[in-house]
Design a binder for this molecule. Structure first.
Ligand SMILES: [Zn+2]
Length: 238
């Protein structure tokens, strides 16, 4: 039985979030709910060694780690090459690869990561950016938002997972949601404790949407769109 056609584009979920927010735990939760090998993972844990000591539990042939720099600053080309390498690998898992998860380092600004994805013509053909999920630490978010990167991670998200819900009160949750909304009025907000969430609640919903543009605009290319989107969201974040 080999009749299922390979989908034309592999959906990609980008998982962002500040140091210690629970990104790796979330990725592992999602992997556990999918057939082994069916989710390819690219992880950039630069700067996070020793923070939570967590490891991604993925099939070896479906995992690429980028540890020699941050994907938003110094190793953007590595991100593109890693995704391409992953797509080209022979698949030995029990299921064909059906999607990709990219876990960025907690220090990564999501904007250049997105731009890297959208600016590469081969990747644009091969993958479809489904959503940017930002995991936030319910207990520490408000203090972490003093950091520009943390603010941008919230501002860029299509989905915000408020994690460690068990550590805060209901009133604190309301205050956190208000803070998040001031930075990002449109993202879907979901909550979890220990990153526990049904994979169906995160994966398979296309939420990433480049802004509309006028067809007559001479600069209306994906690159220009991306930049516009970023500028818009940066402005919103400030
Ligand atoms: Zn960076």
């Amino acid at each position: 039985m080999n009749r299922t056609p390979t989908p034309p584009k592999l959906p990609v979920t980008i998982i962002s979030g500040f140091l210690g927010a629970g990104k790796t735990t979330l990725v592992n939760q999602l992997l556990q709910q999918r057939a082994p090998g069916s989710v390819g993972v690219v992880v950039n844990e630069f700067g996070e060694v020793g923070i939570d000591g967590q490891l991604i539990i993925a099939e070896e042939q479906a995992l690429v780690e980028i540890n020699n720099g941050c994907v938003c600053c110094t190793v953007r080309a590595d991100l593109v090459a890693s995704v391409k390498a992953l797509l080209a690998r022979p698949q030995t898992g029990t299921a064909p690869m059906q999607r990709l998860i990219v876990e960025t380092s907690g220090l990564a600004d999501p904007a250049p990561v997105l731009q890297t994805f959208l600016a590469d013509p081969d990747l644009r053909e091969a993958v479809d950016l489904e959503s940017v999920v930002t995991v936030v630490d319910a207990l520490h978010l408000r203090r972490q938002l003093d950091d520009d990167i943390a603010r941008e991670q919230v501002a860029f998200a299509d989905v915000i997972l408020i994690n460690k819900l068990d550590l805060i009160t209901e009133d604190e949750l309301i205050a956190i949601e208000r803070t998040i909304r001031s930075l990002n009025p449109t993202a879907a907000i979901i909550t979890a404790t220990r990153s526990q969430i049904r994979a169906d609640a995160l994966l398979g919903m296309r939420r990433f949407s480049p802004p509309r543009c006028s067809r007559s605009s001479p600069i209306c290319s994906t690159r220009a769109l991306t930049t516009t989107n970023m500028t818009r969201r940066f402005n919103r974040a400030r």
